[in-house]
Design a protein around this ligand. Structure first.
Ligand code: ADP
Ligand code: ASP
Ligand code: MG
Length: 408
């Protein structure tokens, strides 16, 4: 009997009727003989609601307590799905992350899974039950509750699939697969039926939130086949697998945007060895990831440095850099939270000239100013003003003709 991990996102369990519908979907799969581990997100909007409560109590809530608070959202939905399954006559048991032995590091709000003890889940499966696991959470070595970062239930599902050596991990969501761009922004976006781990990883890390980046990393390492499909309609789907030879012909395979971005600029930085290490050391010591970095050509022994971090980390990074800038005698430090990153992704980009030029010209035609640029073998990203994010995504999708089926 195949072992399948099925993950349902927030919209899929967004209200009681949908929870019942999800239970019916699971029941049908059970009737076909699948052994099933379900992973659920919190009901749509619940994580944001809880987070808002924390910020109403304090402008800088302690992260350990935030994690315990947020973990409750997934506990509610897992219990409700298990109740619905039992009501349909399908024995099911819900579990918290802790109960199914998901042990993480202690990086609250962005913890990483270290190991999973599958005993309890396997026991439930052996008893013929459906295991329903609360996503997004674990405990650290000291048994503090941790969460895995926004969208983290995807990672719970993939990590469980890897630990259980499941046949497949199915991600059920509110769209019927991975598209060439966010289908809710670009109406012309086309569903991709098969995509490689590497391209999916790039799309996810550049803003396609349909899968959490970490979940794709874990899927790639353990070669877990991933299937993204709709909870609400049959058919469609996107398979994420190791290699997709047909795709090698596509120069640009997707356009993404990411509004969770902030830019920090430090002016009049003394232009001498060790300064960058000092500034960025303070930021990385706080576990904050720096993305793009631009350093201007120095004049009179001084230079300007700009870099981007996720907007969630913006204020924290700003205060760290401000302190560091003062200690090295730099000038002003500025925080700009009104930016977005727009990217084009494609495995074959490196072997094609003119892709970057086309991207810049397309943005120029719409009068969209490019604030920063970064490139790699497989993507080109531009930072633009946040208000242009959707427009830029649409015009790039059109310019690279992503609505057309690639010729194979
Ligand atoms: P869930 O709650 O099921 O985890 P998410 O909201 O996290 O769902 O992810 C699904 C959403 O991802 C879609 O509604 C869509 O707007 C967005 N999305 C962004 N980029 C893409 C893409 N390239 N393909 C499909 N969906 C995308
Ligand atoms: N509920 C969490 C969030 O909103 C985790 C998830 O949905 O995957 O980010
Ligand atoms: Mg999600």
């Amino acid at each position: 009997m195949p072992l399948v991990v099925k993950k349902f996102g927030g919209t899929s369990v967004g209200n009681i009727e949908r929870i019942r519908e999800v239970a019916r979907l699971i029941a049908r799969a059970r009737d076909k003989g699948e052994r099933i581990v379900v992973v659920v997100s919190a009901m749509a909007g619940e994580t944001d609601r809880l987070l808002k409560l924390a910020y109403q109590v304090s402008p800088s809530p302690v992260e350990r307590e935030v994690d315990l608070l947020l973990s409750s959202g997934e506990i509610v939905s897992s219990a409700l799905v298990a109740i619905a399954l039992n009501d349909l006559g399908y024995p099911a048991e819900s579990f918290t992350g802790r109960q199914v032995g998901i042990v993480t590091d202690s990086a609250y709000t962005r913890a990483r899974i270290r190991r999973i003890n599958t005993t309890r889940i396997l026991q439930a499966l052996d008893e013929g039950k459906i295991a329903v696991v609360a996503g997004f959470q674990g405990i650290d070595e000291q048994e503090n509750v941790t969460t895995l970062g926004r969208g983290g239930s995807d990672t719970t599902a993939v990590a469980l699939a890897a630990a259980l050596e499941a046949d497949i991990c199915e991600i059920y969501t509110d769209v019927d697969g991975v598209y060439t761009s966010d289908p809710n922004v670009v109406s012309q976006a086309r569903r991709i039926s098969k995509i490689s781990y590497d391209e999916m990883l790039e799309m996810a890390s550049l803003g396609a939130k349909v899968l959490q980046t970490r979940s794709v990393e874990v899927a790639k390492i353990y070669e877990v086949p991933l299937l993204v499909k709709s909870t609400f309609k049959e058919g469609g789907g996107t398979l994420v697998v190791k290699e997709v030879p047909e795709l090698e012909k596509v120069v640009v395979s997707g356009v993404t945007y990411d509004k969770n971005q902030a830019r920090i600029t430090v002016t009049q930085v003394p232009d001498r060895p060790g300064i960058a290490a000092h500034l960025f050391g303070k930021v990385s010591d706080a576990n904050i990831v720096v993305d793009m970095i631009v350093q201007n050509v120095g004049e009179h022994g001084l230079t300007d440095i700009s870099f981007t971090v996720s907007r969630t980390d913006g204020k924290k990074a700003f205060s760290l850099v401000k302190a560091a800038a003062e200690s090295i005698g730099a000038g002003e430090v500025k925080l700009d939270e009104n930016i977005a990153k727009v990217s084009i992704v494609g495995a074959a980009m490196q072997s094609h000239a003119g892709v970057a030029t086309k991207m810049f010209a397309t943005l120029a035609r719409e009068n969209i100013n490019i604030i920063m640029i970064s490139t790699s073998e497989i993507k080109i990203s531009c930072v633009v003003e946040e208000k242009y994010a959707e427009l830029a995504t649409r015009v790039l999708h059109e310019a690279f003709e992503l609505d057309r089926e690639p010729e194979v």
